[in-house]
Design a protein around this ligand. Structure first.
Ligand SMILES: O=C(O)CCC(=O)C(=O)O
Ligand SMILES: [Fe+2]
Length: 304
């Protein structure tokens, strides 16, 4: 089906539809094909929005929420586990760069089996309920990883300001796993309202393309950018489809983060098959543990 959708995008472009209209057509087609799953998720989300104490946790206007080690139950333990896993693989001495050399995942599906607390946290009520309320639908967990950004001199791809393209709205969660200083390449983003101003100025609609700092800072102040520096356990939920962002400009030492990605289902991402390459995030999760839990079944796509 991704083949069909790539054709739709191409045709829409030829017909001079804007990129965001082309994506709307793809979204519409996919929703029509998965109407049952789509509606179930919307109904379940409405209930969560009406009852959960996490319903307003990620503010819609700003599109992000900063987290510290004690914001969400279990995060401090998960940070510990990630650090242990990395050390268990030989740490930075044994680190092998992947397809994206400056942002390489070292986590494997087997690690998630061995340390179930990790996925338990990612699927915990506070996380699912805050993300669901922000998106207005019970999301799908797309990918996750323990990403290492070793010192580098490059300035390309996601090291430049950009938007992610999973959907019109999405939520990524980042946790620093080590002390992160400015020279270690912190995840850096502009709040949604600031991004909107910049996008308007530069006529940026979607995830297509990367933008130079110089252009971005014509429309906002450098101080408006939020850098995820700080100790292990410092983190953020960020709508990376609406908040311009970059990371991994690690010019000294290295940076290590846990990152997981939630997006609506169905989403508009066109799969280009890059996920099988070394160092890309994990997408096959051990699901048995959650097979009898209706909410988590949806989040893991076991219901569709
Ligand atoms: O390297 C980073 O911290 C940013 C990566 C990125 O753009 C993303 O995960 O969407
Ligand atoms: Fe990104």
């Amino acid at each position: 089906m991704d083949y069909l959708d790539s054709r739709i995008i191409r045709l829409a472009r030829m017909a001079r539809f804007s990129p965001s209209w082309a994506r709307r057509i793809v979204k519409f087609r996919r929703v029509a094909c998965h109407m049952g799953a789509y509606l179930r998720r919307r109904v379940a989300a409405r209930k969560i929005q009406g009852t959960s104490e996490w319903a307003q946790y990620i503010p819609r206007e700003q599109g992000y929420r900063l987290l510290s080690h004690d914001s969400l139950a279990g995060s401090a333990r998960v940070v510990e586990i990630c650090r242990e896993l990395f050390e268990g693989k030989g740490g930075i001495q044994s680190f092998q760069k992947g397809k994206k050399p400056f942002f390489t995942n070292v986590l494997e599906a087997a690690d998630l089996e061995a340390r179930p607390e990790l996925l338990d946290f990612i699927l915990s009520d506070p996380v699912i309920e805050s993300v669901t309320s922000y998106l207005g639908t019970v999301p799908r967990l797309n990918s996750l990883g323990l990403f290492v950004s070793d010192a580098n001199e490059s300035m390309e791809s996601s090291q430049l300001f950009h938007l992610d393209g999973e959907d019109f709205r999405m939520v990524k969660c980042f946790y620093n796993l080590d002390d992160v200083a400015p020279e270690n390449g912190p995840f850096t983003f502009l709040p949604k309202d600031v991004s909107r101003r910049v996008r308007k100025g530069l006529k940026v609609e979607t995830d297509e393309g990367r933008i130079d700092d110089g252009d971005v800072f014509k429309y906002c102040d450098e101080e408006e950018a939020i850098r995820l520096t700080g100790p292990p356990g410092q983190g953020a939920f960020v709508d990376t489809a609406n908040c311009l962002h970059f990371g991994s400009r690690a010019r000294a030492g290295y940076r290590m983060v846990l990152m997981f990605c939630y997006s609506p289902y169905p989403n508009v991402k066109i799969d280009k098959g890059k996920f099988d390459l070394p160092g890309m995030p994990v997408r096959n999760f051990p699901v048995k543990r959650y097979a009898h839990d209706p909410l988590r079944r949806m989040v893991l796509g076991l219901d569709a």
